[in-house]
Design a protein around this ligand. Sequence first.
Ligand code: SAH
Ligand code: SF4
Length: 391
Amino acid sequence: MTAKAPITQDVHTIPRHLPDGKPNLVGMTRDQMRDALITAGTPEKQAKMRMGQVWQWVYHWGVRDFDAMTNLSKDYRTMLAETFVIALPEVVTRQVSGDGTRKYLVRIAGGHEVEVVYIPEEDRGTLCISSQVGCTLTCTFCHTGTQKLVRNLTTSEIVGQIMVARDDLGEWPTPGAPKDETRLLSNIVLMGMGEPLYNFENVRDAMKIAMDPHGIQLSRRRITLSTSGVVPEIARTAEEIGCQLAVSFHATTDEVRDVLVPINKRWNISALLDALRSYPKVSNSERITFEYVMLDGVNDSDEDARRLIKLIDGIPAKINLIPFNEWPGAPYRRSSNNRIRKFADIIYKAGYASPIRTPRGEDIMAACGQLKSATERARKSRAQIAQEAGL
Ligand code: SAH
Ligand code: SF4
């Protein structure tokens, strides 16, 4: 695949409207599904078993037609079809970048749109999903941050993004077929639009479904949640989700971080680091990923690199350097490749992995921080952003 390969865009518009307000099985947790089946008339004694069966059809086999649920009686299937729907968000467009990255524009209830990005790599395939339409936070280098929050996504809409991608990749298992070890969609990152820890319950429930051994079956080690630093929810993430954690660090002094990641004014670097120190132990997870966007002349000096090393001392960490992805009206420039390499070198010599994230899908505006839905195009001007950033 070369960068010159043509960009393709197809309009899908698969009609997936929820008919007459029937409850959607997609998005239900185990408890919710059990309760819903009881309400629909399933005897309590059978409810756990029936839930287990329906659960597997929906989340493991990816079945959409109740008639395909062959281990249930015909009457029971008819009852399910009359009572419930199995509905996913609608895919409006799908764009495929020259580098194989796929970007889906997905429409959810109320006509809102979110973007979902699939990034194929040699040894894995990562799906970057969104947790909110827009974001209430206003990080000055982030395109999503210029979009007003429209709303939190529901559990169904978060899980639905994974299911839509599995549909497109043709990756639902077929009963009886040998188990495929290399999954096309092997990893999930909550790095799309929104701050996942401001939508905690729905994100948690969706990730529990994604990790369920009888559901989508992704290991918690293959799910990474990225937060800008909502400190009180970090401990909860460790206890209630237990996935990998990434943190949008981006600066080594409170002065600069206050501007880049304004949530720092509420929970500063020292409060954030305290919360991060206990994360790996409580969640029994590996290293924390420190995301660090490289902004020319703002946070990319040798001194910054050395300060960063001092700050994270004692935390099992990997530092992911992200060359700034530009978007129309952005008030920053990307650091030069030389500068990024020098910065990476200082960190690497201090004993930390310091991979430089290669921007993917730039030609379709699918790279980190470039996501922004078309429903909310009213863009703040460059001057407005600069003013708010105190530049
Ligand atoms: N709200 C969460 C997750 C979404 S952002 C968070 O902030 O962590 C995912 C990552 O992309 C974050 O590290 C974010 O800081 C980074 N990012 C945002 N805009 C970017 C841009 N224009 N260029 C490069 N990285 C960006
Ligand atoms: Fe929101 Fe994350 Fe963008 Fe900040 S970087 S505005 S928290 S999506």
